[in-house]
Structures are given as structure tokens and as C-alpha cells.
Write a protein that binds this ligand. Structure first.
Ligand code: PLP
Length: 809
């Protein structure tokens, strides 16, 4: 026990006393035996009590004003830890820190043990989390709907260089943030049959059903102005146990219903390699869509009483196609429960929904085998046919669509095995379809949705993604935040575009100096973490070159690794040259069934092992793979980055948001003209970003003209040497053939154009070296990045959704 904890209770602040009271009465521990987790829970519960008052107030205000509500439906919410976020947004950080200190508890330490809510996979899920925070900040009345996964995204461990997937157990200690709403439960049916009577009344009699139960987490906006709700659905069986079977000795069978229900909410993206896995995913999607839509309709009827007013009182945004079945579900409720006719129901649905597209990759566009869909959701199948008939009639009437266009517009893909196209369902069922960066939106019009765009030319619009500057600057980078505040005052805390005022400080040598010291301190922190966590020693004065994001071939971690190998080669051949010391950091998860992505992780680790132990590079080059990239690690890594790797094949990254986080924290981007990189370049200026490689048009043109990577590789000495070294086992002496196929893929097809962009990338990296040597010039560029990326605040993005799509501002 510390001295502070021994001090008499009378000296403590009221807040400290409340925390102790919570510890005793809600956790059931006293101060002497409380562990860190108990203090964490007591702190969260104490804070939560205060948040609840604001929450109720927000709900009452929404009811009183009759305001339109926004519903954001997303299979992923990558919210990360919540304590620091809530404290910071409520402006209570210093006070809570002092109260805990008087109890002998270190706030930073307990913040660090809060589990990371890993209810998402990557950018799409983090976007949903940033949006929730910005919607509360802009004081919109908004709800997020998702799934309360018990395990969520897997936890990644690296064993001997290989990714190992472990269940994420974020709920082990319970979740003090959430409220279970036992009263908000909905019936979710599957299978069975549909009957209709003579009067045309349709009845769906599902063969099977589970109950969706709501768990609510409060989302606090900046300055605590408003508290919104993130409602996550859990599943339970109607009969948790069949007592007859149990008593007859069939214990497992008696519990099977509950097990089946729980499987729905176990993990995000269960493997769809098996038919059972595919079915589970469709069940998951219907489960959370149906619960959400039923909840929206129930709330609407409770407050407004007239289903026809739904589009005026509710805006439902579909985050990608995972919740696209919501369109058919709302139609079902309107037709079968509210007994509207088809035309009126269709008009209401279209005016209520908006759809955000996140990818143009054909393999990522969801579609379901028709027989599976029909068996699991027979009533929705009928509705999809009816919607399709309506849309194809409109297409025929428009005269704009020939046979090919009709086939592309159809909700049913007739090529080979018939499948339901979820993107087409989302598109036709929404009044707004948006892309997430200017280039991506243009490409949507030209590629995946070309025919639908011709039919509905006003529907596609752009909403360039954003990030919340609270988490991604103020909370993750307190040093930079206070430096900025000292320079330009606090206005940027309420309006990120005020960061613009920092621009003139780029020319101020003493400010540049202080800016450099902040970055260095952040790098020292990260270096300490890398040493303690992985035994990796890096020099904080080296250039920190970082690529952290999901591992995917289109993101081209391989381009970066091959360049690393080429650089290694050159350093060994010319140790006398004036090399810029670099630390290359990688991090990210590979989908569990994605073979090449997992092999790329192993390659990064193999290359790291060899380079880091080679005395010939003399510490000029270090390589690290940071396991289990998640929000909390991102908050640690990004403030310490000098160089941000955003090197996707042009045309393939819809937007990126990692690129925005890095720039906001004073890293310089090396990147292709892809996604939001283009808009970042437009704002920070050509001199403050390093752009290389083919444009999206050039990629498309190169493919059309017949791309031959082999001749490119053979003509580039650096590239062929690096590829051949990897292919011949230089980095995998224990299994020399490990990378043979991965490398021969580059020779044979190289779909992601690694070879085409390699020389340009290597040259761009030498430009980076040259700029780094000019320390003042580098700092000035980094400062200009911070100053000019305030526009990428998710407050700006949400303002645009609110005005253009939801009609709530
Ligand atoms: C921001 C973020 C992402 C998205 O990164 P991209 O570089 O845009 O792909 C993924 N994962 C986490 C944990 C993030 O914070």
C-alpha cells in the first residue's frame, strides 16, 4: 500500500470518494485488496454515472424537438479503448488523474489495461467509430447499430515469423461501459415457409428463431455536448435449455439452441471457406440488420405514430453492403406488418436509406448463392424478386439500358450459379450512394456501377473520409497538441481547420526545433515499447518509416519489403556511402484464409531477422514487424512516424484513413495517386509529399495494353536481384523454396503492379533520404502537413453527410 492510499479519507476530493464508494459498493472490493482492474472498473463506472445524466438529457432533447434521427448500421465498430476518450471529451482528465493519484493509483497505468474493443477489422470499422464520435460532437441525434462480438477480430501473435490467430477475449473482465437492455429484444427468424391468403396477406413462418438483445454503450462527443448510443446486438436462444432432453441425459443436445444462437455473435468474418461458414455470415448479416430495422421502426412508431413519416424522421446509412439486407427487411415490415402497397413501401425505403461503398475489388463485392438466400430468407427472396422487377421495368422504360446493361443492373447475377448481388440491392434501395474519396467515387461511376449510374445519374456522390482529431491528435499525441496550443491557441480543438494557423510556423527555426523534439520524444517512447515488448532495439534518431494497415496484396507491403531488401543489398555493397539510418516498421493482420498475405507477414519477419542480425549494415537499417496492430497500437505508433507508407496500386485503395492520421501527426507521406492521398497532396502541396508511380488511368491502360512484368524485372538490376534473393531462399535458409511461388507470381502476372512501380518507388525513397538530410526542410514539410490536413476531420465528413444525405443540418 502506498502512502497516498494510507492518507485519511477526509483529505480526498469528492471525486476520489465517489470512486472509492463505487469500488466498495459496485465492485465489492475495498481499497486494500483492489487490483488495477478493479480501479479501472471503479473509475469507468463513476464516470459512466455522470455520462448517464447527459445521455438521458440528450435523449429527452431529441424527443422534445422531434428531430430526425440518424442510424449508422455497420458490421464493424473499431472503437478501441474508451476511458481516455471519454475523459478527454468531458475535459475531466486532470481531475480524475489527481483523484486517482490521491488513492495511490496511476491513471496512465489503468488506461493501459483497458481492453481494446476489437469489433472491427480495419479502416471501415475505424471509420464507423470516428463517425460515432463526430456525430455526437456535431450534436446529431444518432445511433450506431452493430454486433456485440464475444471475440471479435482475432488477436494476432507472431510465432517464428508466422501469424497465429487467437481469440480476442476483450470481455473476460466484463464490460463496465455497456448496459444490457433486456427489454429491447427482437425476434429474428430464419428459414421456414411463406404462405399467403386469399386477401393477399403474406405470412412468413420461420422454422427457427433467435432473440436479439441490445447492449448500449454511450458515445461522448467533444466537450461532452451530446451523448449518443452505440447499440450492439447479442443473440440468445428462446429456450436456453430443453429441460426434457437435459433430464433425459442429452446434455449437449439440450443446450444446442443456445450454442447455435451464440455462434452468431462469436466472431467477425467467420471463415467462409465452407458452406457452413458462408451460411453463418449471411445469418449474422440478417440477424443484426433485422434487429436494427425493427428497432428503428419501433422507435419511430412510438414517437411519431405514422410509418409514412419514416423518411422525414429517420435516415439509415448502410456502411458497405454487410447490412444491405436491411432494404429487404424494411420492405418486409412495411408490406407485411404495416400493410402498405409495394409502390408506397418502395418509395419510403428509398427515401430512408443511404449506402456507402468501400471497395471496387470484384472479389470483395458481396453476393449470396440464390439457393442459400432462398432457404434462409424465403420472404426476402420474394421481395428481392419484386424489387428487381420494379428496377428492370424502370431500366427498360428509360431506354438507356440494352441487354448487357439490364444484366449488370439486375439484383441477380445470372452468370453461372445464380447469386444475389448485395451492392445492387443497396444501390437501388437508397436515395444516395457515396464513395469515400474523390477518385474512388469517379471510379464507381466508371466501373462497378456504370450501368446503375446511367439509370440513376443523381444518386452517386462523394464523401471523402475523415478521422476524429480528438483521438488521432489530442489523445494520442499530447506533446504535439500542447506545442500547437502554445503556438496558435486552442481554437483548433473545436475546429481542426484552424490548424492552418500553424503554416507560418514552418518558417520559424525555433518552432521547428521544438517540433523536432516532440517527434523525437514520441520516437523514444515507441523505441522503449519495441525494446520491452519484442526485444527490438532501434535508434530514435533514425528515420522511422512505417507501414501499418491490414496486410493485402493491393496495399503492397511486398513493394516495401522488396525495396528494403534492395536497400540492404546496397548498404552491404557500399557501406562507405552516407546512408540515412532507417527503421522500417510493419504491422497488420492478414485474413485467416489469405495465403499470400500470411506469407508476406512471414517474409517481413524473415527479412527482419536477417537484416537486424547482420553486423555489415551496422545499425543503418532495422526492420520490425509489430504484432497485433489495433487501435491502441496505432495510437502509439503513428505519433512516432516520420514517413507514412501509402503505396497501394493506384485505383485500388478506396480512401485510406491511416494516411490522414499520419499526416496529422507530422509524418510525410510517400504514396501513389490513390484514394485520399490525392486530396492530401492537394492540401499539403506537392513539395510536402512524395508521390510516385502509375496513376489509376495508367494502371488501367497498362493492363489493357498487355502488361509484361517479366521484361520490367529483367531490365531492373536492383529489382531482379532483390526478387531473386528472396526467391532463392537468402532470407529463408530453413526452407529455401518458401517464397518461390510468391516471387514467380511477380514474373508471371503481378496483378498489383509491384514491378511496374518499383523503380519509381526506389527513386522516391532516395528523394526521401535527400530531404531527411535537410533537417530544417524536413521539419518545415512535416509542420505544413499538420497545418493543412484539418479538413480531414470526420467532423467535416459528417457535416457533409448530414447536409447532403441525411438532411439533418
Ligand atoms: C486507421 C486504421 C486502419 C486503416 O488504415 P489504412 O491505412 O487506411 O488501411 C486500420 N486499422 C486501424 C487499427 C486503424 O486505426
Amino acid at each position: 500500500m502506498t502512502d497516498a492510499a494510507a492518507s485519511p479519507a477526509v483529505d480526498r476530493s469528492p471525486l476520489a470518494n465517489r470512486i472509492v464508494d463505487t469500488l466498495i459498493h459496485r465492485i465489492g472490493k475495498d481499497e486494500r485488496v483492489a487490483r488495477k482492474h478493479d480501479w479501472l472498473d471503479a473509475t469507468i463506472l463513476t464516470l459512466r454515472d455522470e455520462i448517464i445524466d447527459k445521455w438521458m438529457e440528450s435523449t429527452r432533447a431529441a424527443h422534445a424537438s422531434g428531430a430526425k434521427r440518424v442510424y449508422y448500421i455497420s458490421l464493424e465498430f473499431l472503437i478501441g479503448r474508451l476511458l481516455r476518450d471519454a475523459l478527454s471529451n468531458l475535459g475531466r482528465n486532470a481531475e480524475v488523474k489527481a483523484a486517482l493519484a490521491s488513492l495511490g493509483v496511476d491513471l496512465d497505468e489503468i488506461e493501459e489495461i483497458e481492453p481494446d474493443a476489437a469489433l472491427g477489422n480495419g479502416g471501415l470499422g475505424r471509420l464507423a467509430a470516428c463517425f460515432m464520435e463526430s456525430m455526437a460532437t456535431l450534436e446529431l441525434s444518432a445511433y450506431g447499430y452493430g454486433i456485440r462480438y464475444v471475440n471479435g477480430m482475432f488477436r494476432q501473435r507472431i510465432d517464428d515469423g508466422w501469424q497465429v490467430e487467437l481469440p480476442e477475449t476483450w470481455l473476460t473482465h466484463g464490460n463496465p461501459w455497456e448496459f444490457e437492455r433486456r427489454e429491447s429484444a427482437y425476434f429474428i427468424g430464419f428459414g421456414g415457409e411463406v404462405t399467403s391468403n386469399a386477401a393477399g396477406r403474406v405470412d412468413w413462418n420461420p422454422a427457427e428463431a433467435v432473440e436479439a438483445v441490445a447492449f448500449d454503450t454511450p458515445v461522448v462527443g467533444w466537450r461532452g455536448k451530446r451523448v449518443n448510443t452505440l447499440r450492439l446486438w447479442s443473440a440468445r436462444a428462446f429456450d436456453p435449455i430443453r429441460l426434457d432432453a437435459f433430464n433425459a441425459g442429452d446434455h449437449a443436445g439440450a443446450l444446442a439452441g443456445q450454442v447455435r444462437a451464440e455462434a452468431l455473435v462469436r466472431v467477425l468474418y467467420p471463415s467462409d471457406a465452407s458452406a457452413a461458414g458462408q451460411e453463418l455470415r449471411l445469418r449474422q448479416e440478417y440477424f443484426f440488420s433485422s434487429a436494427s430495422i425493427q428497432d428503428v421502426v419501433r422507435r419511430h412508431m412510438q414517437y411519431f405514430g405514422d410509418i409514412r413519416l419514416l423518411p422525414e424522421k429517420a435516415a439509415i446509412q448502410l456502411n458497405d453492403t454487410h447490412p444491405a439486407i436491411s432494404v429487404a427487411e424494411l420492405m418486409r415490415l412495411l408490406l407485411d406488418h404495416h400493410e402498405l402497397d409495394f409502390d408506397e413501401a418502395w418509395d419510403i425505403a428509398r427515401r430512408t436509406f443511404g449506402y456507402t461503398n468501400h471497395t471496387l475489388l470484384p472479389e470483395a463485392l458481396e453476393s449470396w448463392p440464390l439457393p442459400l438466400f432462398e432457404r434462409l430468407l424465403p420472404r426476402h427472396m420474394q421481395i428481392v424478386y419484386a424489387i428487381n422487377a420494379q428496377v428492370l421495368r424502370e431500366a427498360a422504360r428509360s431506354g438507356a439500358a440494352d441487354g448487357g446493361a439490364i444484366a449488370a443492373i439486375s439484383l441477380i447475377d445470372e452468370n453461372g450459379e445464380r447469386r444475389i448481388r448485395m451492392a445492387n440491392l443497396a444501390f437501388v434501395g437508397s436515395h444516395s450512394v457515396n464513395g469515400v474519396a474523390a477518385l474512388h467515387t469517379e471510379l464507381m461511376k466508371q466501373t462497378v456501377f456504370a450501368d446503375l449510374h446511367r439509370l440513376y445519374p443523381d444518386r452517386i456522390n462523394n464523401k471523402t473520409n475523415g478521422i476524429t482529431p480528438r483521438r488521432w491528435l489530442m489523445e494520442c499525441n499530447p506533446r504535439l497538441t500542447s506545442l500547437i496550443r502554445d503556438a496558435i491557441g486552442p481554437a483548433f480543438c473545436d475546429d481542426a481547420e484552424q490548424l492552418k494557423l500553424l503554416e507560418s510556423f514552418a518558417n520559424d527555426a525555433s518552432f521547428r526545433e521544438r517540433f523536432g523534439e516532440v517527434k523525437r520524444s514520441n520516437k523514444v517512447d515507441l523505441s522503449n515499447y519495441l525494446r520491452e515488448d519484442q526485444g527490438l532495439r532501434v535508434d530514435p534518431d533514425a528515420l522511422f518509416d512505417v507501414q501499418v494497415k491490414r496486410i493485402h496484396e493491393y496495399k503492397r507491403q511486398l513493394l516495401n519489403i522488396i525495396d528494403t531488401v534492395a536497400l540492404y543489398d546496397q548498404i552491404r555493397s557500399h557501406p562507405e556511402r552516407d546512408w540515412v539510418p532507417r527503421v522500417k516498421l510493419f504491422g497488420g493482420k492478414a485474413a485467416s484464409s489469405y495465403h499470400n498475405a500470411k506469407l508476406i507477414i512471414k517474409l517481413a519477419n524473415d527479412v527482419a531477422k536477417r537484416i537486424n542480425s547482420d553486423p555489415a549494415v551496422g545499425g543503418l537499417l532495422k526492420v520490425g514487424f509489430i504484432p497485433n496492430y489495433n487501435v491502441s497500437l496505432a495510437e502509439r505508433i503513428i505519433p512516432a512516424a516520420d514517413l507514412s507508407e501509402q503505396i497501394s496500386t493506384a485505383g485500388m485503395e478506396a480512401s485510406g484513413t491511416g494516411n490522414m492520421k499520419f499526416a496529422l501527426n507530422g509524418a510525410i507521406t510517400i504514396g501513389t495517386l490513390d484514394g485520399a492521398n490525392i486530396e492530401i497532396k492537394d492540401r499539403v502541396g506537392d513539395d510536402n509529399i512524395v508521390i510516385f508511380g502509375l496513376t489509376a488511368d495508367e494502371v488501367a491502360e497498362t493492363r489493357r495494353a498487355g502488361y509484361s512484368p517479366r521484361s520490367i524485372i529483367e531490365n531492373s538490376r536492383e529489382l531482379s536481384q532483390a526478387i531473386n534473393a528472396i526467391a532463392s531462399g537468402v532470407f529463408s535458409p530453413d526452407d529455401p523454396g518458401r517464397y518461390r511461388d510468391l516471387m514467380s507470381g511477380l514474373y508471371d502476372h503481378d496483378w498489383f503492379m509491384v514491378a511496374a512501380d518499383f523503380d519509381a518507388y526506389a527513386a522516391a525513397q532516395r528523394t526521401v533520404d535527400a530531404r531527411w538530410r535537410d533537417r530544417g526542410g524536413w521539419q518545415a514539410s512535416a509542420i505544413r502537413n499538420v497545418a493543412n490536413v484539418g479538413w480531414f476531420s470526420s467532423d467535416r465528413t459528417i457535416g457533409e453527410y448530414a447536409r447532403d444525405i441525411w438532411n439533418v443540418m
